[in-house]
Ligand binder design. Structure first.
Ligand code: ADP
Ligand code: GLC
Length: 503
């Protein structure tokens, strides 16, 4: 089988610029696909912090602008793991301080529509063979709303390369005022229900969901959920249509191999399924770090973006009950200031038992997960979730709402606890099940070992994406592969004899 060439388009890559799970997927999945022989290359914006982190960028090409989208330069760099990274540089859009999406103060950049249209157009141009690259993809794999216009520009430009849009979070849609469409080079005919229009606005995610050859999301359960009115964020009709056509599926993410409790350099104490002693020592280190009182009760951990999706208000309501039953809670997160304040207030009410750290800090995240007996994830919805997989690897049994990827990756009663009633009461009831297990040393150790033994590597997801790439790109690759030329058969001795004129 010939190697498939894939262009992976993303707005974040862990280690360069990351805001959440997408960054980790963009680092882990391409590497796993490369190990399967896919010639996959990653395209992302040349944010200021990315350029600062990459010493050797080869600026090899240029791309024209379109409508209000400025021209760009294309650069190439090689990551430490060997991944080829293409960078789209447009200094007026990307050379600034802040996160991929927000100002340093946390507000969305007002020109996000132009910034991610610039990224998307670059991907479409590369797919069309422009930009000075001696390489064109057989398939383009775009992610989330920042990549939503990739399949759209490809369609409008008549570029016959299949595309995938992976929706990591359907709640973030990239919807902008209708008037912006002119500056984005969107044809008038495309501004309708069968195109980029969504409730009178331009929607990047709708565009990708409509024009991509195939749509995926990050767990099978969530692929079904987004076809429902309650979880489709207004796009359930489109998702239902795609599902009916066999063009919507769910593939569960993996987690990075560095999540290994036996070797993680960020942990004060290592442990493994055979020797779990280090876990208690890590818990004590977390207690000391967060100024919690010494305790032999269970430690409940939370590492999360602080946003409505994650259901942290249920934790604030359940906190009294957890503390009254002898539990403690360690929280690390960053996000919506209201949620940050809510949890800080909860912690002030229980200074000795609940500690909150506001910030984004990966070593700290790993220490909290390693020290926790249980991990709380009462998410209202969770397309996949990485934290519950990391938690299982570190024996911190997840207590989670049975939704999306949480339902798909937690084995209720064996590697964690799932609850179906989304309320603080539902969470408290699940915590009581956890308290019971904590009181039974044998059962606790069995569950921890079962959780730690689960395989959440990227290889499973990569095999599924490869099958999808082959299904979508295979027919076109076969059609354009140069036909073998009729080769003249060499004359063998036997033939020569045959050709000998008869005497
Ligand atoms: P989402 O992408 O919705 O935020 P995921 O569970 O898919 O949720 O991924 C979140 C990732 O970000 C996990 O790897 C988690 O460990 C990490 N993370 C979340 N919040 C923090 C934080 N405050 N500090 C460090 N890492 C964090
Ligand atoms: C999104 C989702 C999360 C998922 C991540 C990576 O941020 O909220 O559930 O794990 O993307 O796919």
């Amino acid at each position: 089988m010939s190697a498939i060439k894939a262009l992976f388009v993303t707005s974040e890559v862990a280690g360069l610029a990351k805001a959440g799970g997408l960054g980790e997927v963009s680092a882990g999945l391409p590497l796993a696909l490369r190990r399967r022989g896919i010639d996959i290359r990653v395209l992302m914006p040349a944010y200021r912090e990315v350029i600062a982190k990459l010493p050797d960028i080869d600026w090899f090409g240029t791309l024209p602008g379109r409508a209000g989208i400025p021209p760009a330069r294309l650069g190439e760099a090689r990551l430490a793991d060997g991944t080829i990274l293409y960078l789209v540089a447009a200094p007026s859009l990307f050379d600034r301080r802040g996160t991929p999406y927000c100002t340093p103060e946390g507000a969305d950049w007002p020109d996000n529509h132009l910034r991610f249209a610039r990224l998307s157009l670059a991907a479409a141009d590369i797919a069309a063979g422009r930009g000075g690259l001696a390489w064109t993809p057989d398939i383009v794999h775009a992610n989330d709303w920042p990549g939503g216009l990739v399949p759209a520009y490809m369609r409008w430009d008549g570029t016959d390369v299949p595309s995938i849009l992976t929706i990591h979070n359907i709640a973030y849609q990239g919807n902008f005022d209708a008037g912006q469409r002119h500056g984005l080079g969107i044809p008038d005919a495309a501004f309708g229900m069968h195109g980029v229009e969504f409730h009178g606005r331009v929607s990047f995610l709708k565009a990708g969901g409509f024009y991509a050859s195939h749509v995926t999301t990050v767990s099978p359960t969530h692929a079904t959920e987004i076809t429902t009115e309650s979880q489709g964020a207004g796009l359930h009709g489109l998702m239902r249509t795609r599902a009916a056509a066999g063009q919507l599926s769910g593939i569960v993410n993996g987690i990075d191999e560095s999540w290994d409790p036996g070797s993680d350099p960020h942990l004060p104490h290592h442990f493994d399924p055979v020797d779990l002693n280090g876990k208690q020592a890590n818990a004590d280190a977390v207690r000391t770090g967060l100024c919690l009182r010494p305790s032999v009760g269970p430690l409940f951990g939370i590492v999360s973006r602080m946003v409505h999706q994650k259901g942290l208000d249920f934790v604030a309501e359940a906190a009294n009950d957890i503390v009254e039953n002898g539990g403690q809670i360690a929280i690390l997160g960053l996000g919506d200031p209201e949620i940050e304040h809510m949890l800080s207030r909860t912690s002030r009410r229980h200074r000795d038992d609940i500690g909150v750290l506001i910030g984004f800090n990966e070593p700290m995240a790993r220490r909290i997960v390693a020290g926790s007996d249980f991990t709380l994830m009462p998410s209202r919805f969770e397309p996949c979730g990485l934290t519950q997989m990391q938690a299982q690897r570190y024996g911190a049994l997840p207590i989670a709402h049975a939704t999306g990827g949480l339902a798909d990756t937690i084995d209720d009663g064996a590697t964690g606890f799932l609850f179906s009633t989304l309320s603080s009461g539902g969470l408290v009831a699940a915590c009581h099940r956890a308290f019971d297990v904590y009181g039974d040393e044998g059962q606790l150790a069995d569950m921890r070992r079962a959780a730690m033994a689960r395989c959440f590597s990227w290889s499973g997801a990569a095999a599924e994406y490869e099958a999808l790439y082959r299904r979508l790109a295979g027919p076109r690759m076969a059609a354009i592969r140069p036909r073998p030329r009729a080769v003249e058969q060499p004359i063998t001795a036997c033939d020569t004899a045959f050709l000998e004129p008869a005497a």
